[in-house]
Ligand binder design. Structure first.
Ligand code: 7RM
Length: 682
């Protein structure tokens, strides 16, 4: 596919949008031709849908006959042990979400066995290790064998259907096998990003009530050793329910092994290569995945078997135009939902070849991604805007050094992609010939909900816009009163009006919080927490979070989580954390701190201490970029911190501080502005 005919069009800014007011539109050369794409090109099973002629009517059909649509797709795409009786039984008002009830299946069979039957020697995984040029390939046969041995080992150590296994590992084949082994024996997994601290890991182990942890001796990332086993040791000290820790090997350095620790590879060798798959109900739990919300406590979102897998598989194939034989390169860590859906479950359910990227974009140099694209002949590359912005700054030569002719589609995820980064990705990385798909979705949605594709080959793609809802997705914008905004060229709170199979079912141990967070704000709709703009043409652009969640380098973090840690410091009276625009990370962390009276500390020492507290209690990425000590915070007379004022100060948007009349003492604003200027001039 080739893009040509680039032109500029005026851009109508949504209120509050910061991005450029002009945007380029990219048309394909085929624009002037009429599309010859049939819906069967997007979805072979659509051939049976009466009267469906193109993508738009297929999308309408998926909404108007949701049962017919998802029923056909589920029968066509998944291997069932027993067919389902009903397609869906959902009521968003009550937080009841059930898909494909009565159906029985096993997710690992769908991801492995059925491909082993047809093409056992096809490569399932390419592990792109930190050491450049040392990639390792695993066929479907080998991955199934590893999964079965591990499944048997877990069973031998008492793991049962319904148990939850915590996985604290880097992105590697053993981690994928661990996820699939859980699925095989009917246990749920809880993958915790291996960059999280011992405290954060412990909190997630306890909340998930996990008695088993799987980890590695050490990780290797960017040439540096990451002490995974040591971190697990520290974490399980405060997790009395942990019975066993399975330890895989990555480096040669021996690590201390206690009585509860089990050397994984050694023990796996003793196990049988056949492991009977558990017969699971569609709505049994497949995994928990913790994500940040607007309170200090992360929430364990619950995803179930059939609907999740179906949605991940369908979106992976159609949003990226993935075809059999392609090499899919999603560089997300398996600790995030993107790694779950587009490194593991989507590609494997489709019998694809998926890359496990276990390094950084700039190790050993900023050519790493493109060197990998050349070496592994990657056809679809899926990454985060923060990395694209970083590489853009390093210059085109790092890209041009390598042959990227294998690339067909480029994807972006995790945060808004600014026009400059989009253009560079499209023009330099993709040589202007690969569609760039800006994909919007969340841990909660399970898979991509809004993306430029699938669409007719000649359909336009607008830079920095997710644009089109996926099949079965009905976005609506709401005003502050909770009324639906029906016109175009409008902004509002983004809700999804119909349930879809990939959506999260609950928050672990707290269904009430699930209902309150997602179902109650706009009764009858799923509230995403994001704001969006709908253009004149009806395309969607995500404008950012509406709650106190910020996005640092594509990592979601609640400001309240950081505040909770900062407030634990004995010298701190109170604090407020604000996200501000950062030209590489997307957002940076800015902390306002009020000290207790009569404490005698050096601000510089305290800053260091607060930094290490955040790193120890959460993760390095959550560390403050700026800490400003203030006498007091701007508060309303009822005592609420006016974050809006703090946000305006750090964004240096002093002309629009807004109504300050409800402030208890408006003089505080000048104090804060002064302090902010001083901090920046240091
Ligand atoms: C997949 C993932 C979800 C939040 C979401 C948004 C933001 C994600 C985009 C985006 C603008 C995008 N899951 N977000 N994708 N914002 N454009 N294409 O990131 O649960 O970790 O984060 O990320 O705010 O609500 S997540």
């Amino acid at each position: 596919m080739t893009f040509s005919g680039v032109m500029w069009l005026p851009w109508r800014c949504a209120p509050g949008r910061v991005s450029a007011c002009a945007v380029r539109r990219v048309f394909t050369s085929a624009l002037r031709r009429r599309s010859s794409c049939s819906p069967a090109a997007f979805l072979p099973e659509a051939a049976g849908f009466q009267g469906v002629k193109d993508r738009a009517t297929l999308h309408e059909y998926s909404l108007s006959d949701s049962q017919g649509f998802w029923g056909a797709v589920a029968r066509h795409r998944l291997s069932w042990i027993r067919p389902f009786d009903t397609v869906q039984d959902c009521d968003l008002r009550q937080g009841r979400i059930k898909w494909f009830e009565g159906g029985k299946l096993n997710v690992s069979v769908n991801c492995l066995d059925r491909h082993v039957h047809t093409c056992p020697e096809r490569v399932a995984l390419i592990w792109e290790r930190d050491e450049r040029g040392s990639e390792v390939r695993y066929t479907y046969r080998e991955l199934l064998e590893m999964t079965c041995r591990l499944g048997n080992l877990l069973k031998r150590h008492g793991v049962k259907r319904g148990d939850c296994v915590t996985i604290y590992m880097p992105t590697c084949p053993l981690a994928v096998a661990s996820m699939l082994a859980c699925a095989r024996i009917g246990a749920a997994h809880n993958v915790v990003f291996a960059g999280f601290s011992a405290e954060a890991l412990a909190e997630r182990i306890r909340d998930a009530q996990s008695s088993i942890v799987i980890t590695m001796d050490q990780g290797v990332r960017g040439g540096k050793v990451v002490e995974l086993k040591k971190t697990v040791d520290a974490a399980v000290e405060s997790c009395p329910m942990v019975r066993q820790v399975f330890v895989g090997l990555r480096t040669d350095k021996p690590v201390a092994m206690a009585a509860r620790d089990i050397p994984m590879e050694e023990e796996m060798q003793k196990e049988d290569v056949v492991c009977e798959p558990a017969v699971m109900d569609s709505e049994d739990v497949l995994f928990l995945l913790y994500t940040s919300g607007s309170t200090g406590k992360p929430k364990g979102l619950v995803h179930t078997q059939a609907g999740y897998l179906l949605y991940a598989a369908l979106t992976q194939r159609s949003v990226f135009s993935y075809q059999d034989g392609d090499v899919f390169g999603c560089v997300a860590d398996i600790g995030w939902i993107t790694g779950h859906s587009y490194t593991v479950y989507g590609p494997l359910a489709n019998g694809g070849t998926t890359v496990l990227f276990d390094s950084t974009p700039i190790y050993p140099d900023p050519g790493r991604y493109w060197d990998m694209v050349e070496r592994l002949k990657i056809n679809q590359f899926y990454g985060a805007p923060t990395a694209i912005r970083l590489l853009l700054k390093h210059g085109d030569e790092w890209v041009n050094k390598y042959d990227r002719s294998s690339l067909k589609t480029l994807g972006s995820v995790g945060e808004p992609i600014n026009t400059e980064a989009w253009e560079w990705y499209h023009r330099v990385v993709g040589e202007g010939r690969c569609p760039v798909v800006d994909t919007w979705w969340q841990t909660e949605t399970g898979g991509i909900c809004i993306a430029p594709k699938p669409s007719e080959a000649d359909a336009e793609i607008i830079p920095g816009m997710a644009m089109r809802p996926f099949f079965g997705i009905k976005p609506v914008l709401m005003d502050t009163e909770g009324k639906t905004l029906t016109s175009n060229n409008t902004s509002g709170a983004l809700c999804l009006a119909q349930p879809w199979p990939g959506m999260a079912r609950s928050i672990h141990n707290n269904h009430q919080r699930f209902i309150e967070t997602y179902c109650l704000p706009y009764p009858g709709y799923f509230f995403t927490g994001d704001g969006a703009y709908r253009s004149e043409e009806g395309y969607y652009q995500i404008t950012g979070r509406l709650d106190d969640v910020i996005n640092v380098s594509g990592h979601r973090i609640g400001t309240a989580e950081i505040e909770d840690v900062v407030n634990q410091c004995p010298a701190v009276a109170e604090s407020a954390v604000i996200g501000y625009s950062h030209n590489i990370k997307g957002q940076g962390v800015y902390v306002f701190v009020v000290l207790k009276k009569n404490v005698d500390v050096q601000e510089a020492d305290l800053s260091k201490q607060l930094n290490s507290m955040v790193s120890k209690n959460i993760a390095k990425y959550a560390c403050p970029d700026f800490i400003q000590f203030v006498q007091r915070l701007p508060k309303t007379r009822s005592g609420k911190i006016m974050r809006r004022v703090l946000r305006k100060v750090v964004e240096r948007d002093l002309d629009s501080l807004g109504d300050l009349s409800t402030l208890d003492d408006p003089a505080v604003v000048q104090e804060i502005i002064q302090g902010h200027r001083q901090l920046l001039s240091k």
